[in-house]
Each structure stands twice: as C-alpha cells, then as structure tokens.
Design a protein around this ligand. Sequence first.
Ligand code: FAD
Length: 563
Amino acid sequence: MAEQEYDLIVVGSGAGALLGAIRAQEQGLKTLLVEKTDLFGGTSALSGGGIWIPLNYDQKNSGIKDDLETAFSYMKRCVRGMATDDRVLAYVETASKMAEYLRQIGIPYRAMAKYADYYPHIEGSKPGGRTMDPMDFNAAKLGLPALETMRPGATGNMLFGKMSINAFEAHSMLSRELKSRFTIVGIMLKYFLDYPWRSKTTRDRRMAGGQALIAGLLTAANKVGVEMWCKSPLKELVKDASGRVTGVIVEKNGQCIQVNAKRGVMLGAGGFERNQEMRDQYLTKPTKAEWTATPVGGNTGDAHRAGQAVGAQLHLMDWSWGVPTMDVPKEAAFRGIFVERSLPGCMVVNNKGQRFLDESGPYPEFQQAMLAEHAKGNGGVPAWIVFDASFRAQNPMGPLMPASAIPDSKVRKSWLNNVYWKGETLEDLAGQIGVEAAGLKDSACRMTEYAKTGKDLDFDRGGNVFDRYYGDPRLKNPNLGPIEKGPFYAMRLWPGEIGTKGGLLTDREGRVLNTEGQVIDGLYCVGNNSASVMGPAYAGAGSTLGPAMTFAFRAVADMLGKP
Ligand code: FAD
C-alpha cells in the first residue's frame, strides 16, 4: 500500500475540521484534510453559520453585559451533568478567542442583540448578544474554480432559492418591518445586476450564513496552503503497538492509501444521521435517515466506527440536534422548519387534532415533543402544522411563499395533497389529513381566543423572550393569531435533525478518551463526530458550530503544546 506522511490529518471538511486545519497549517504543521464527498463544507455549508459565543468581542454593541461566571453557570445548568464541568469551562473560556481568530483570518461576525438564549427560564441566560452571525462574504475572494468545489447552500435559506439573505435581514422580513421591503429589493437588484459575476456562475457572489463561513474558511485554507482531497473517505485509523493513533487509511481514486500523521489525527466527519442502521441502534424510534436536513451521502458515522475500533468511548449517542422537517420535492434533503412555526396564526397538532407543544419553543425540544407525543399513542409523527387563509396570505411556510406573492393558483399543481393540503372548512381539512375533526376545531377555537387575550393558557406560547424573537411585534402576543378564516391549510412535519450529537467522548482539549477514560494519544475529535459539550441542550443559536470550531482551536494548541 502507498504511504504518505503529514504532521496532522484532518478528516471531514465542516467548520470545525476546516478551522483546525487552517490553524495547524498556519502554526507550521504540514496538514492534509480528507473529505468523503465530492464537495467541501458538509452540513456547515448548508447552515445559518451562527455561533454561540459568550463574552464575544461584539457584545458591547448589543448592550448586553456578560461574564465568565454567568455564562458558565447558564451552560452548566443547560448541560444537566451530561458534559463535564471542565469541558464546559474550556468552552466558555475559549469560544471568544476562537471568534477573534475567525475575525483575524477574514471571517468577522456580528453579535445578534435580540436573539435570546434558548432557555430564558434558566438562570444566567441572556436576552441576546451571545449568538453571532457571519458578515457577508464576497465569493470572488475564494474565486473560481474553487467555489465550485464548495457545497452550495440550502435552497430554504435563500431568497427565492437563489439569493443570499443574512440572519438580520431574515428577521426583519419575518417581523414585517417596513425597511425589509427595501432590503429585499436591494438584494434582488444586486443579484440581477451583477452580470459580470453571474455570467461565470449561478452561485450568488454575496454569501451569507454558513456559505459565508465556509467560503471564508476555504479561502483561508487555500491561503495558508492546507492540502485538501475530496472523494477520499477515511476507512480506518492506524495505531502503533503502544495504542497511539499514527495515521489513517483513506480511499483515493479507488485505492487505499496509508497516510501517516506525526502529530495527530483530528476527526471532524460529522454525525451518523444518514446511517439508518445506526439510527435504529441509538435514536428514539420512529427514526428515518430521510427525515434529516443534512447532505445526502455525507454523515454516516464512519469515523464513529473507526474511533470505536481503536477503543474510543461513545457518549450521548441517543441525542440529536432535533428540528421538525418537511419533504420538499426536488430538494435533496428535507427542509428544517426553524422559524415559520413561530409566526402568529399557525398551530401544530397530533392526529387527534390537539396541540401538544409551544410551537415557538426551541427546535430540539419541538422534535423531542413530537416523538414523546407519538410514544403516547397520539400520533405526533408526522405532526401537522395548520393555518388559515389570513396566515397563508402574509407568511411563508416551508416552500410555500405568502399567497400575496404566490397565490395557490400559481403554486405547482403537484404540491397539492403532497406538500400541502387545503380544505374549505376545518372538517374538510381534517378528513383529508386523517385528523379528528372535533379536536382540530376545538384547537383552532382556543387559538383564536388566546390571540384575543394574548395568553396561551395551554402551552404559554409567546410567554418568553426566545419565543417572541420570530413573531409579529405589533400584536398583543407576537406569536398568537386567530385561525378562523377559510380556506384552511395543513402541512406535514417529521422529527428530523440538523445532525446527531453523540460521538467520541473527548476531554477539554478535544483529545479522545477510551472506554477507561484515558486519553488515546494522537487522536482528536470535533463537531458532531464527538459527544457534544452541550449535553442534551441547545444553549443558544450556534451551539453546534461554536463548539466544533472552539475545540478544533484548542486541539491544535494542545498538539503544539501551547494550552
Ligand atoms: P459537517 O459540517 O456535516 O461536516 C462533516 C463532513 O465530514 C462532511 O463533509 C462529510 O461528507 C465528511 N465525512 C463524513 N464521513 C467521512 C469520511 N469517512 N471521510 C472523510 N470525510 C467524511 N448549527 C449552528 O451552530 N448554527 C447554525 O446557524 C446552524 N444552522 C443550520 C441550518 C441548517 C439548514 C442545517 C441543516 C444545520 C444547521 N446547523 C447550525 C447545524 C450545523 O450545520 C451542524 O451541526 C454542523 O455543521 C456540524 O458540523 P460538523 O463539522 O460536525 O459536520
């Protein structure tokens, strides 16, 4: 077998893997990154690119005061003992340094002053300022043809499926701020008038969210000279007689190659959500690989298995970063429904037609509630999101644009009774979707009543600052609206995820631990390949990418002996 040698081998090309490779190469370690698919960027490239960074450099602009003790105590409470205190502390201490490093390498971020932590009832949470959104990135800096090797963004994250929109603009649009109309026109004009760029590629020059993050990281990786191979899956890890991991076997051009690593191997090969067998083994049922919002063909847990084969301990394998998803024809992966479920005038029901959750709550808890409802025998899988003609007129829902922009007559015919269902009355709709009509009518009646009083007596929707982030601030309760005007609509939700969160257990430096709790020399793990430092929780938007990159940053420091 052919052999090659580097200082560091990084497996995968999501945000954590890329940041680790850049940092290591820049610090003098000759680094090779191997990616299984034909495109770099993984799920990270589809993502919103948000990072949850306590004590970040832009917090002062958001008017939020934060300190290490408060951030640590909040995160510790979220984690509920499922990640050790020293890992949690390592995260809180280093996340802001990592964000500063991103800025240094050309990927500046802005703090989101109004985006609250996900658990406002937990002491130490903040009403905003810890989540950061990447500044727009000009794809010309990465350039062609490199851009064509990067995974394109998710259609659902783009305006009309084509134009980039950042988190601030999306929020303004969904809150129906007047200025958002001008913003949208501005985005469209910029896109359509950029003939010089559009004559070269269909991708938007202006990148936002995960596209901005990954384009920035790929630009930095090229600049410092990281060697990167795509279509080169990790097959197994190589260890020596002492148990130290000394390299990898990868498949390239149909051949297996042994690549030796003098300083270490960093696994960043994502979760196992695309592997049905592993889902059946570990996740709550029912569970299906097709429900996930992550790229097809990518994350099948290969590096979980490779880690296990060298004695690594697995942890949190029954947890995922849950989100309700929808099947949209012609989109490769299911689409995550992060925002629309929070807007006033919709509700989510089981097959008895009853609500069973706060629709505006954090998405991981939403997915868990669907599974729990199903387990009770009430049919939460699928669940149905139901809304009326007034909601339909003004709001998007998954792939349906507001009817004021694209009325039903202009929606693809094949979507009726496939993507959405429509009934003149609630009874009619209930019959079509197989939900109990009496329950559905009662739920709609209650929602209409709650919209008047501004108080959801069943699930307290809109009763906290997190819920209210996406809503209509002009209403008594930004998340509550009547459901009374026909025709009525329903769409199907599945308990999907944006990644699994169980994986190889690591210490505070990202070093992998064996089943006895001892460090496996030479082996590091980051991102969804590793057991999350967030335990079962999602402390705030950006809780997956923030830790992935922060522990990659720490791992490189450890390799260099610079804690
Ligand atoms: P990935 O980014 O999935 O990268 C793993 C890579 O490893 C893939 O490219 C895969 O092909 C490769 N790989 C797999 N097996 C092998 C192998 N055997 N050999 C070599 N390579 C291999 N999280 C946030 O924190 N903030 C957000 O704003 C956010 N928004 C999101 C929006 C959407 C629509 C989605 C889908 C997700 C979002 N997430 C967000 C979640 C986040 O994107 C993921 O949790 C994160 O990208 C996982 O990073 P990772 O590096 O672990 O894995």
